[in-house]
Design a protein around this ligand. Sequence first.
Ligand code: SF4
Length: 475
Amino acid sequence: MNAPLQDFRGRARQALDDARLRANFRGAMDYLRGKRAAQFPDAGELEALRDRGQAIRRDALARLPELLVQLEARLTANGIQVHWAEDAAQANAIILDIVQKQGARRVIKGKSMASEEIELNDHLGAHGIECLESDMGEYIVQLAHEKPSHIVMPAIHKTKGDVAALFEREIPGTPYTEDVDALIQTGRRALRRKFMEADVGVSGVNFAIAETGTLWLVENEGNGRLSTTVPATHVAIMGIEKVVERLEDVPPLASLLTRSATGQAITTYFNLISGPRRPGEMDGPQAVHLVLLDNGRSQAYADEQLRATLQCIRCGACMNHCPVYARIGGHAYGTVYPGPIGKILSPHLLGLDASRDLPTASTLCGACAEVCPVRIPIPQLLIRLRTEANRDPAAQVAHPLRGQGASFSRGEQLVWKFWRGAFAQPTAWRLFRWLATRFRWLTPRRQLGWTQHRAPLVPARRSLHELLKARGQPE
Ligand code: SF4
């Protein structure tokens, strides 16, 4: 986690006041939206593919326990050692144990949000084991001692000037240059040496296929393939929801993922891992482990509505299209998963008490749900999480969420009760409106909170009464 979650409002305010950050994000989001749109010129094809993606993910989740058992059996038969982790602490302990049993001092890591979620680098570092990021974006944020600000492009908040200055400062003998190709070559040279020195490679998993016992990884840089094949031991980590039933389920999901995430028809590399090196093979790790991480996912799974959260294929499109994320960036959220997906996932990973501000950080405009390739109804889930955060903590419900009632307030309940009463009766509503227009002078003249950053919707001194009159509407 980047910083205490409770500071969300303060960090959001700071981000809004940072004109440079806002310009960086605005430019980056516009670019990514354009790239995605160009990949889906045929609306009919897009909607059909989204239907297919949603059906695959829903079917897999409906049979999740059964598929996980099948996956474990197939992986084990293929020679992959499977470990189950209930939470971040268990996952870290399992990976540390594997690394220590190898006598390893260096770990090289491909891109993995699950490893970010458990803060693996910090845990290994605390035990004297160096864990180096090999994905270029992750490498940049690690070098800068920062956290990723986007789930697909971790260093998207940085300009090429920022990266040039960072490389000049942190990589000995590197001159300042804003030539992107030269910067990439510098990073690659520094990383290639490390691949050869690493004893253990860690990676994430995009999809795990139950029928074949295969781990499917997508990437663009080749670092994932190096991380999973050069070191003697490969440890993969994934959330338990990433399983699908059949190999043929993956191509539609992979197509949705790459086109929605980076606007690419296909990524440069697809890695399909079905076991360690076999006798007679020239390369590949001698041992492969998979850590299956729950860490709160079972809570989402237990609830029929919130289960849709687990359909996510981590494309990041909801973030790129979110008007809140585009203005405050990823770090303001204080969570590993920012943006709309973070707002619906973090309450399960961290508890509603620790993340109660996040579901409220949305305009409910619905842009996220419109672009989500697997049709997760994000606004509905946000409303549900708001309800749970405001529910009386003592209320008996079938599947209480961790931290239920964290935002419960008796005063607010009373206001809503009054509002419901006024709204339900025409006479009371007309009276309320009549009073509200006459006493408008009591409302603040200044725009407060986040509205300070918006253009005034109406001239400050023009009353609702005058507006309605001008439009010829009855008060
Ligand atoms: S919620 Fe949907 S749009 Fe957002 S990251 Fe997940 S799959 Fe992509």
